[in-house]
Design a protein around this ligand. Structure first.
Ligand code: ADP
Ligand code: MG
Length: 715
């Protein structure tokens, strides 16, 4: 009887889901220890790759060890004793072979335990960085094993895997268990990447021949010496590509699933859009026109739009969003614009209201500060369809808000929202009709990230600034330069310009942050800028206070605006020419870039001063220097990703970032694109993966990603 796809799949799942307790040597106690590490099943164990390998084929005689290099060594323990006393105690050992000797040293640790464990005359194998002390080679805090113990586990293996520690489980025991897990796991692994996709992988087809071998080699490489690196790198490449391929398949499936639900088919009349454009005293940039036509063509299609609009700070995304909203409104639909903060929502509302004055478009603002009666009337008008465009914060997604004909959702600064919030807003459409979604971001999302989190979004990029923009000159200032900078601010103010001062980010406490802003503002008003008007803006102010503070700055009445990071996004005062950031080292680079984008908007020469605290690390300086070096948001965000990691960049946990078992989006970023092409190749022929050999892929994908993807997406 032929083996069907279903058999293959069932067998694989059964093996992968087998609890580790099925293995020899794993009783309830040991299992509990593995479980603490998140390792419960054979499948988990298979993905628990060694963090390094001990190559037994290249063990050097002790006299050939090279100082400064990490090495595996072997010898007989000649001596092991404690020297010195009290706090100065050192455990010293001497390892010898026929050709030489090596000192072993411990400054901390449980000496008694080590003394009991390793006896003089025993043969040991070890690993560590070789150093030199008083002319003799030594290894401090070596990893050690008895040769006998170890060889009894894996007598013939030329290369021994070293796994990250499972507390309470000895490496030798761990290896023995892993060996069993890998054997049964590897055997059950079905080939999941079809030949057509393999062909696009850029790898020799032989790499794809046997998925089981890949996993066996990753854990217990068959060759040491020069081949080791080649084998392990190649196998890892295959495993990562397979993992990325499955994710990309999942994302593409999800997308086509959404499309089949059916979205709004907009039929714009251009009446409103034309009027708006005619009323501006400037032209759209080429890039704005291009992305608008991409958006329009999506909106005119019956499938729901999922588009990411990426453009650097100040590139004119708001205008694009407004134009898109008008396309929806013209055709009889409603649009919603959701901003991450109240300040930003208010700012959008103000700008948009001004731009739309004279046009028959009913715009309303709904935030947490909207009064109860106002809110009630807004909800009523939304339901009847009297409101065309609703601007707001997450107040928009509260249960009782419902639209009559929601056709377009614009989400500003997506990276600050939880994924769930995006989902909820999409559900506000009429049943059976998914509204179009436009997600805007100023933090350029490195390709590798957008391929994972946003792998299912189409991308439009505004890669051109409105004319007259100048790069903002950026300078790191040390404490002693503070006075000069204040003087500079004063001179700019005398010339009729304005400045922002951003108070340090205090991660632990919003209260402390607030206090810093309030005190700084007072201090400035009283002692530094007696001759200027100093204003204050922070997130805890009431709506009306905030509006007043913003208004005073926008009108030029306030010359120096002290604030917390609430101004990070969206505030637009072209007359401001100086951005001064206190304790700049506490901010992420993308955040600093956002802040810097608040100036240089009015065609005047502008400056950003990054005040560095007293104890900035060398890393910190290097980071800040990136800001001095470039105004390119893309480079900055890549750097941020490298330094802070992906979770942080998108606001950890809520990012909806898939967690990979093998792949690492920092290291393996370019492979995501390869994997996407591979996924396309398969889905182009078989869009629902319904045909025989592809069914397994579909089942595996559903099992692995479906619960995560329903979060990633509306639908
Ligand atoms: P973003 O949201 O991308 O950071 P904004 O939409 O806030 O940028 O635009 C920044 C400023 O540029 C606004 O004052 C806006 O009116 C102006 N602006 C937008 N498009 C153009 C254009 N094509 N030409 C000149 N100024 C523009
Ligand atoms: Mg904006």
């Amino acid at each position: 009887m032929a083996i069907t796809d279903l058999d293959r799949y069932r067998q694989m799942v059964t093996v992968m889901d087998t609890p580790l307790t099925a293995l020899k040597g794993v009783g309830p106690k040991v299992f509990a220890r593995f479980e603490k590490k998140g390792l419960r099943t054979i499948g988990d164990a298979l993905a628990y790759l060694p963090y390094r390998y001990e190559d037994r084929t290249t063990i050097k005689p002790l006299n050939e060890l090279i100082p400064g290099e990490a090495a595996t060594f072997k010898g007989v323990l000649k001596r092991l004793e404690v020297r010195g006393y009290r706090k100065r105690r050192v455990l010293e050992g001497l390892l010898v072979d026929e050709r030489g000797s090596l000192q072993l040293k411990w400054f901390r640790g449980n000496f008694e335990w080590l003394l009991k464990k390793y006896k003089e005359g025993e043969e040991l194998i070890g690993y560590g960085a070789v150093g030199v002390f008083a002319g003799r080679k030594e290894v401090v805090h070596p990893e050690l094993e008895l040769v006998e113990e170890d060889y009894s586990a894996s007598e013939t293996d030329p290369v021994i895997p070293v796994y990250s520690e499972v507390e309470g489980v000895h490496q030798r025991q761990l290896r023995r268990i892993m060996k069993q897990a890998v054997e049964s796991g590897a055997k059950a692994r079905a080939a999941l990447v079809p030949p057509k996709a393999q062909a696009l992988s850029g790898l020799d087809p032989r790499w794809w021949d046997s998925p089981g071998r890949i996993w066996r080699e990753l854990h217990f490489p068959s060759k040491g010496g020069e081949d080791l690196q080649k084998i392990v790198t190649g196998c890892r490449h295959v495993a990562v590509l397979e993992e990325f391929f499955l994710l990309q398949v999942a994302l593409l499936l999800k997308k086509s699933g959404d499309e089949s639900v059916g979205g709004v088919r907009h039929s714009p009349t251009y009446t409103l859009v034309k009027k708006l454009l005619a009323s501006l005293d400037y032209e759209l940039t080429g890039a704005q026109r291009r992305v608008l036509s991409e958006i329009r063509s999506d909106m005119e299609k019956p499938s729901p739009m999922h588009r990411l609009l990426q453009g650097d700070v100040g590139s004119g995304k708001t205008l694009v969003a407004l134009n898109s909203a008008l396309l929806a409104v013209e055709g009889g639909y409603q649009a919603a614009l959701m901003a991450p903060t109240e300040v930003l929502a208010e700012q959008h509302f103000k700008n948009i209201s001004a731009l739309l004055s004279g046009l028959p478009v009913n715009v309303k603002l709904l935030t947490g500060s909207t009064s109860a009666s106002e809110r009630e009337s807004i909800l009523g008008d939304l339901a009847t369809g009297d409101i065309d465009l609703l601007v707001g914060t997450h107040a928009l997604i509260v249960e009782d808000v419902s639209f009559s004909r929601l056709g377009l959702i614009v989400v500003d600064e997506q990276h600050r929202f939880g994924v769930m919030q995006r989902v909820k807003l999409a559900e506000k459409g009429r049943t059976g009709e998914l509204p179009d979604t436009l997600v805007m971001t100023a933090t350029p999302i490195p390709r590798s990230l957008s391929m994972t989190v946003y792998g299912d979004l189409d991308l439009s990029v505004i890669d051109e600034m409105p004319p007259g923009r100048r790069p903002v000159a950026t300078k790191i200032i040390k404490e002693r330069g503070r006075k000069a900078v204040f003087e500079f601010v004063r001179e700019e103010a005398k010339k009729g310009r304005q400045a922002y001062v951003v108070c340090p980010l205090v991660e632990e406490s919003e209260k402390v942050e607030l206090k810093a802003a309030v005190e700084t503002a007072e201090y400035f008003a009283r002692e530094v800028f007696l001759d200027l008007n100093v204003g204050l803006l922070h997130g805890r102010m009431r709506g009306a206070e905030k509006a007043e503070a913003l208004e005073a700055f926008a009108s030029g009445k306030t010359q120096v605006l002290v604030s917390t990071t609430v101004i990070e996004v969206g505030i637009d005062v072209p007359n401001a020419t100086v951005m001064l950031v206190e304790h700049a080292e506490r901010f992420g680079l993308s955040q600093l870039h956002q802040l810097r984008g608040r100036v240089g908007r009015g065609g005047n020469e502008s400056w950003c001063f990054l005040l560095a605290g007293a104890n900035v690390s060398e890393d910190g300086w290097q980071r800040l220097r990136v800001m001095e070096d470039t105004n390119d948001g893309f480079r900055i965000s890549e750097e941020d990703l490298r330094i802070r990691g992906p979770g942080d960049m998108l606001g950890t946990r809520q990012s909806g970032l898939p967690d990979f078992q093998i792949g690492n989006i920092l290291r393996d970023g370019p492979l995501l694109e390869v994997a996407r092409r591979m996924a396309h190749a398969v889905l182009d022929d078989d869009p629902s993966l319904g045909s025989q050999p592809n069914l397994v892929i579909k089942w595996v994908v559903e099992r692995r990603w479906s619960s995560k993807l329903s979060l990633l997406y509306s639908g």
